[in-house]
Design a binder for this molecule. Structure first.
Ligand code: GLN
Length: 273
């Protein structure tokens, strides 16, 4: 069982998707995935075999492919990821696109903050698409911030990285746009079983999942300029609650946008000042 074809077969038997197995195999062999298809008979050496078997076992145990490959594409950027950061999700591109629309309609040099940046995905995507924006990104996890900073350096995107909890490292600074994909899953939600390899502090937030969003909204008035927007990703069943939080805090133009599956996923409002 040492050829490409037989390894793909045994991965399948272990319950690993064919695409995932191909990606893992291609990663170990440092070949493009297409190479595997033309080289089904290629034989791996002992070290490659051990690496492939280890990766397939971890994938079969539910470890996200992104952690095994050490990278994940997000909004056209290849980001380094480790188990210290949430795997960037395509659904979060909706938040990025909304933010970019707002930046495109604003003068150059807007000041933007990304709260709970994780891998830096949102901050880096915004800086890449809108280089004139001054982007800073905050995370309470030093390990996550190290991943984010590494991504910024590799992509040569100048983002200011700040260590701390939500607004706290920003002191009295005010912004034109603030974005966040905070943890929003309720503690004990059965959905978490499938996410056990990702950092729980990036996923769960209190009994109803809304603690982080409440905390962000509660201090937003101290950090937004008049006319600034706050955009928040949230759970598919939290749109009404997040709209109410923003309206109660005196935001206007409150609106929700759907994710790629058509589920309400991102809610924002404008700070009247
Ligand atoms: N969208 C993720 C999921 O449900 C959760 C991300 C988050 O809590 N910010 O898989």
């Amino acid at each position: 069982m040492t050829s490409v074809a037989s390894l793909l077969q045994s991965a399948r038997a272990a319950g690993v998707d064919r695409l995932d197995a191909q990606l893992l195999l291609a990663h170990v062999l440092q070949r493009p995935r297409a190479w595997l298809i033309a080289h089904e008979d290629a034989v791996l050496d002992a070290q490659q075999l051990a690496q492939v078997h280890a990766a397939i076992d971890r994938r079969a145990a539910g470890v996200p492919v992104a952690y095994l490959l050490g990278e994940k594409e997000f909004h056209g950027l290849m980001l380094g990821v480790t188990a210290d950061v949430l795997v960037p999700r395509p659904d979060t591109e909706v938040l990025v696109d909304w933010a970019l629309e707002l930046l495109a309609a604003a003068p150059a040099g807007m000041e933007v903050a990304d709260l709970g940046t994780g891998s830096g995905a949102i901050a880096l995507a915004l800086k890449q698409a809108c280089p004139s924006a001054k982007v800073c990104a905050v995370d309470a996890s030093a390990a996550a911030l190290a991943v984010a900073r590494g991504n910024g350096e590799r992509l040569t995107l100048a983002v200011e990285w700040l260590d701390g909890h939500w607004w706290s490292p920003l002191h009295a600074r005010r912004f034109d746009l603030v974005v966040s994909n905070p943890p929003y899953i309720a503690e004990g939600d059965p959905h978490l079983d499938a996410l056990q390899h990702e950092p729980q502090q990036a996923l769960t937030s209190g009994a109803d999942g809304l603690d982080a969003i409440r905390e962000i909204v509660a201090s937003a008035a101290d950090h937004l300029r008049a006319g600034a927007w706050l955009l928040l990703e949230h759970g598919h069943d939290q749109a009404a609650a997040v709209c109410a939080l923003l309206r109660d805090a005196a935001f206007d133009a409150v609106a929700t946008r759907p994710d790629l599956a058509g589920l309400p996923r991102c809610t924002g409002g404008r700070w009247p000042g």
